[in-house]
Design a protein around this ligand. Sequence first.
Ligand code: FES
Length: 164
Amino acid sequence: MTAENLHKIDTSKLDEIIAQYEGKKSNLIAILQKVQEVYRYLPEDAMIYIGTKMEGLSPATVFGVATFYAQFSLEPKGKFEIKVCDGTACHVRGSMPVLNAIKARLDLTDGKMTTNDGLFSLETVSCLGACGLAPVVVVNGKVYPQMTSDAIKIVLDTLLKEEA
Ligand code: FES
C-alpha cells in the first residue's frame, strides 16, 4: 500500500460501513456494494483494508469476490457512467459507430475507458433487454434509445455544458 494510495481511502468510512453490517463476512457483498457507492468503484486499498479488518476474511478472498461479480468495478468510474449495449440487436443496428463517436468526443484512446477529468467512463454491456429501442445507450441509468453518432454527440455536449 503506497502512502499516496493511503490518502485515497477513508478508513473511518470503511469502519462505519463494516459496522453497519455487523462485520459479518456473510454481508461482504452488501459491504462491497456500499463501498462502491462511496468511491464509484472498489479501490484496491479498500479491499485490502476490508480483508484485513473483517474476521474470517483475507484480502485475497475480498479480491476474489470483487472480481467474480460483474457489478463490481475495480477501475474508477466517471461521474457519468456510459453504457453502450453491444448485444446482437444493438450491434446490428449500429452500436459500434455510436461507441466510436463517444470515444472520439471524449478523447478515449488506447483502451482508456475513463476521461482524465473523471467525468465520464465508458463500457460496453450485453443486451439490456430493450432490443426494440436498439441501439441503446444508458447514462447513469437513463436510457437513450435509437442512438446515432450525431445524437450521442449532442447528449455528451449537453452534459459537458451542464458541467462547465
Ligand atoms: S441487444 Fe441491446 S438492448 Fe438488447
